[in-house]
Design a protein around this ligand. Structure first.
Ligand code: PLP
Length: 370
């Protein structure tokens, strides 16, 4: 068996190890929040946003952000059918109704025309997920949100480092959430962050994140409402501080990996990859290959060939509406069709050229075999 090629994994250097050792040894007592405060500051500065709250996961950050909007059972939230489960589970936990909308064929993100059609008097928010580093059509979505007086939220878990006409992914919506899970561009082991420019919303989420205890309450142990406990630890934040200091390096490497793959497939018209439109920067967090319909690629053959080569390539997200908890929305043509002819290819930062060649070889061979 050839050596395994992993799909993603973090890069850990002396900097991360020293930070974490320092947090474990010294990050207690009066220093118990020092790395958390520093990490939040670094994220705010990088994204150019006013407020940030580090959390134990992106899912938790989204749960609190949605809870802070004071919505009621049956209120509708629009999101792309193509999504990770984490984007919808907080909606369902809060008793809100997810409305799954189709994605565009090239960005694999929300189709604004379909968003317009999905709006009803009960629509309260749109969650724009920037998939695999690709950017949503933020201008069009913001116009729709403003016209209908609804909130635009960014799920930027996969798009740290992507830029839309001078603005960072995660700095444009009413609020945004990021993930620092071990598969993401930077990691804290597990972790996430809530960011916003809205001071009122920030205060509300801060109270929620503290078990419902307001920072202005003089009495100790005195919650004013039922809140949450989704905090990031100081030790995790120490790891995050080192990772964010290396963000440009990690981002450059993701872009280099994408460009290398792109060059491997430059003469193959049946292959499309993550797009980058003028005025935008794609972090290329996850290089994804979409085979054209005409290629007649069989996903099962592709997967078997990758398995035989001991390469961890992953499927494109299945439509959430196809899960047993929801009602199938088969009219979402792209969301339902893309998984059958797409695959995520390995892109961990330390991947070698020889390994990328092994990945490309499987793809080209499968195209010729089909
Ligand atoms: C990873 C991911 C999340 C969830 O992140 P966690 O930190 O694991 O909670 C949410 N949305 C998207 C699009 C993701 O890729």
């Amino acid at each position: 068996m050839k050596p395994r090629i992993h799909y993603t994994k973090p890069t850990i250097t002396r900097l991360e190890i020293d930070n974490v050792n320092d947090a474990v040894a010294n990050g207690w007592g009066e220093n118990c929040y020092s790395y958390i405060n520093l990490f939040e500051k670094k994220v705010r500065e990088y994204l150019d946003v006013k407020f940030a709250i580090a959390t134990s996961s992106c899912t938790g950050a989204l749960h609190m952000g949605l809870a802070a909007l004071n919505l009621v059972r049956g209120d509708e939230i629009i999101l792309a059918d193509t999504n990770w489960i984490a984007t919808v589970s907080p909606i369902s936990h809060l008793g809100l109704t997810p409305v799954f909308v189709d994605v565009l064929p090239d960005t694999w993100c929300l189709n604004p025309e379909m968003v317009k059609k999905a709006i009803t008097p009960r629509t309260r928010a749109i969650i724009a997920t920037h998939l695999y580093g690709n950017l949503c059509e933020m201008n069009e979505l913001q116009v729709i949100a403003d016209q209908h007086n609804i909130i635009l939220i960014e799920d930027s878990a996969e798009a740290l480092g992507s830029v839309f006409h001078g603005k960072h992914a995660g700095s444009m919506g009413k609020f945004a959430v990021f993930s620092f899970h071990g598969t993401k561009l930077i990691t804290t082991g597990e972790g996430g962050i809530f960011v916003t420019n809205d001071e009122f919303l920030y205060e509300k989420v801060l109270t929620l994140s503290n078990h419902g205890r307001s920072r202005f309450e003089k009495k100790q142990f005195w919650p004013e409402e039922i809140g949450f406990k989704y905090k990031m630890s100081n030790i995790q934040a120490a790891l995050g501080c080192a990772q964010i200091d290396r963000l440009e390096e990690l981002l450059d490497r993701k872009r280099e990996i994408y460009e290398y793959y792109k060059s491997c497939f430059k003469n193959i018209s049946q292959i499309e990859m993550n797009p980058e439109f003028p005025g935008t920067i794609n972090s290329y967090w996850m290089p994804n290959i979409v085979f054209t319909r005409e290629s007649l690629i069989k996903y099962d053959l592709l997967r078997n060939n990758f398995n035989a080569e001991n390469i961890d390539a992953r499927p494109f997200f299945s439509p959430l509406s196809g899960l047993s908890m929801y009602k199938p929305q088969v009219a979402n043509i792209n969301s339902w069709d893309l998984p059958g002819r797409s695959i995520n290819i390995p892109s961990y930062h330390d991947i070698s050229v020889a390994e990328m060649d092994r990945v490309a070889e499987v793809i080209i061979r499968t195209l010729n075999e089909r």
